[in-house]
Design a protein. Sequence first.
Length: 239
Amino acid sequence: MRIKVKLLEELQDIDLKIDGRQAEKELLMRRIADLDRDIDESRLALDALKEELTVLQGQKEELERSLALEADNIVRSEAHLHDIKTQKEYQAVLKEVATTKKVQAGLEEQILGKIGETESLQGRIAEGEQNLAALMKNISLRKGEVQEQLNQLEATMAGDQSEREATTAGLNATLIKRYLMLREKRQGIAVVEARDGSCLGCNMQIPPQMYNNLYKGLELITCPHCQRILFIRLAETAA
C-alpha cells in the first residue's frame, strides 16, 4: 500500500501542476479576449460616429430641400408682383417675400452649421480609422505573443497529461475515484503528510495507533478529521 500512496502523492503533485497551468491558460485566454474587446469597443465607437454623420448629412439634405422650396416661393412671389393692380396687395407680396428671404437666410445659416459639423465629424472619423488601424496592428502583435505563450503552455500541459496517465496506470479505479472526490472536497489536496503525530492537512492530532500503522505502510489510512489520505516520509521512518 505504501507504493500506492506514493503514486497518489505523485499524482497529486502532477494535478497541482496542471491546476496551476490551467489557471495560467485561462489568464492568457482572458488577455486575448480583452485585446479583442479593445478592438470591438474602438470599432463600435467609430461606427457610432459614422452613424452620427449619416444623420447629420440627412439633416443637411432636408434643410437644402427646404431652402430650395423657399427660393422657388420667392421667384413665384416676385414674378407675381408684375400682375398686381393695387398698392395694398403689392405691399403684402413684398412683405411675404421679405419674410421668405428671412426664412431662407435662417436655413442657409443652419446649412452652414451642418457643413461645419459634418467636416468636424469627418475629421474625427478619419482620425478614428487611423487609430483603429494602429490599434489592430499593435494588438495583433500582442495577441501573437500571448498565443505563443499559450502554445508553449499547452505543449507543457500535454506532457503533464502523459505523465498523469502513466501514474494512474499503477492505481485502481476505486482508489482514483476516492482521490478525486477528496480533491474536490478539500480544495485540491487529497493526500497529505503526517508528522509528529499530526495531519499536516488539518493540523489535528492522529490517534497513536493509527499513526504507528503509517510506519507499516500495509493499509490506506485517512485522517479521522479531514479524511485526507495520509503518508509518512521514509526519512522519518528511517529515523
